[in-house]
Design a binder for this molecule. Structure first.
Ligand SMILES: N[C@@H](CCC(=O)N[C@@H](CS)C(=O)NCC(=O)O)C(=O)O
Length: 465
């Protein structure tokens, strides 16, 4: 049965490139699957549930993770062509040592170049060249690290060459000027088809790094990463079920404040998750790495859990425990005599928490004041409007009173005229039909005349009375 080989990868990854070169060297056909590391596929999460990283080689359905382990696996399984590791145990051990050195040093020193500034950046440059000088020493006058032929260490290191333009641009130096042997060696490696076809264009990698740097301050990006981290976390942490988690995103007004954004999102990178036991999970390290490791903080950051070890601890656990588990987090010279690093960490966190609380309270206070002032202004306006309406009503009343007075005067005039007419009629011996006294209409000045129409006229039957 033919081998089924699938590679989960991401194009700019120097780790993924190692596997691609090894497969090319061995002439193995495989299916390449590009991963979106911002939105990892269920397959990647299933195949590399521990680190959730590319590259992953899936050989006949079974995953192999970690680039150097994958390369060794490929070399062992397809051993008939282009051996990568030396056959002698001692030389094999040496090759493994140098590949491990590349993993432990080269990646970090490159990354520091675009994540630091000032003195730190100068120190990073120095470290970068020291590292490559050590490698140049190991290469000596050999064409390749392994000797006459391209091998395991060459493959482990040459993939970093595709990042050299980015490193030089952000580091503001020339690698060739300082380490000409390394450049000559890389160019030699590039003559191999397996390398030339695998390594992406250096400018393309540079653009990719530039985008990564820009995204660093984009809150939506970070928010998305943290949400994703949580989603992934749900698949790993047994004690927390989906329903238990309430993700508490930072309110938008907090995110709009650059200093809070920096402090919360980058320095501490803390996500609060409420679970029934009110545990707090810290996912700083993960988010930090997702950002390309560009966030630099004094103690960076106090991880109570990491991607390798998503173990939530109760908030009551001392920070010492978390920090001691990761001694490299504590900056040199940071410790004070007689004060444990955990204590400093705890105090720093407390200060940060209080600063945040203070800034939040200040904001709330300012917002409350604005609201109260707005309310008062509104009430004053309403009162002024009400005063105006009252004045208008009073004016209306006065006018209505005047109208009534003038109507009364008119009525009195009419009444006097009627009176005069009645008197004239009476003088002529005629009793007026309708009386209107001087006191107004409808009042009789004498008894009313008898009904001119007989009641009998209306009824056929004589009335009973
Ligand atoms: N030590 C690992 C490193 C692999 C690695 O860092 N992969 C990165 C891409 S270059 C990754 O998948 N990152 C995703 C993540 O950290 O979530 C190896 O050699 O394979």
């Amino acid at each position: 049965m033919a081998d089924e080989v699938v590679l989960l990868d991401f194009w700019p990854s120097m780790f993924g490139m190692r596997v691609r070169i090894a497969l090319a060297e061995k002439g193995i056909k495989y299916e390449y699957k590009e991963e979106d590391l911002k939105n990892k596929s269920p397959l990647l999460l299933q195949m590399n549930p521990i680190h959730k990283k590319i590259p992953v080689l899936i050989h006949n359905g079974k995953p192999v993770c970690e680039s150097l382990i994958i390369v060794q696996y490929i070399d062992e399984v397809w051993k008939d062509k282009s051996p990568l590791l030396p056959s002698h145990p001692y030389q094999r051990a040496q090759a493994r040592f140098w590949a491990d050195f590349v993993d432990k040093k080269v990646y970090d020193v490159s990354r520091k170049l675009w994540t630091t500034k000032g003195e730190e950046k100068e120190a990073a440059k120095k470290e970068f060249f020291e590292t490559y000088k050590i490698l140049e020493g190991e290469l000596g006058d050999k064409p390749y690290f392994g000797g006459e032929t391209f091998g395991y260490v060459d493959l482990a290191l040459v993939t970093f060459y595709s990042w050299f333009y980015a490193v030089e641009t952000f580091g503001e130096f020339s690698i060739e000027a300082e380490c000409p042997k390394i450049i000559a060696w890389a160019k030699r490696c590039l003559q191999k088809e397996s390398v030339a076809k695998t390594l992406p264009d250096q400018k393309k990698v540079y653009e990719f790094v530039g985008q990564m740097r820009k995204r660093r301050w984009d809150s939506a990006w970070i928010q998305r990463l943290t949400v994703r981290t949580l989603t992934e976390c749900r698949t790993t942490v047994d004690c927390i079920r989906d329903a238990d988690i309430v993700f508490q995103p930072y309110s938008s007004f907090l995110l709009e404040r650059p200093e809070v954004f920096r402090a919360v999102e980058l320095s501490r990178l803390r996500i609060w998750i409420r679970s029934p036991r009110s545990w707090e999970l810290l996912m700083g390290e993960r988010t930090l790495r997702q950002l390309g490791g560009e966030a630099l903080v004094p103690v960076d950051p106090p991880r109570l859990m990491t991607i390798e070890d998503y173990i939530p601890r109760a908030p009551s656990d001392s920070y010492v425990e978390g920090v001691e588990a990761y001694p490299d987090l504590i900056q040199a010279g940071h410790a004070l005599p007689g004060v444990s690093s955990g204590e400093i960490e705890r105090l720093e966190n407390e200060i940060l928490r209080l600063q945040l609380e203070l800034s939040v309270s200040e904001d709330r206070h300012a917002a409350d004041m604005d609201r109260v002032q707005g309310e008062m202004a509104r009430m004053q306006m309403e009162a002024t409007q009400r005063d105006g309406a009252m004045a208008q009503m009073q004016a209306d009343l006065v006018q209505r009173q005047r109208d009534l007075d003038s109507r009364d005067a008119e009525v009195a005039r009419f009444a006097a005229a009627v009176q005069r007419l009645e008197e004239q009629l009476q003088g002529m011996g005629i009793t007026p039909v309708t009386g209107a006294g001087s006191s107004g209409f409808g009042q009789t000045s004498s008894t009313p005349p008898p009904d001119p129409v007989s009641r009998d006229w209306f009824f056929d039957d004589s009335p009973s009375t």
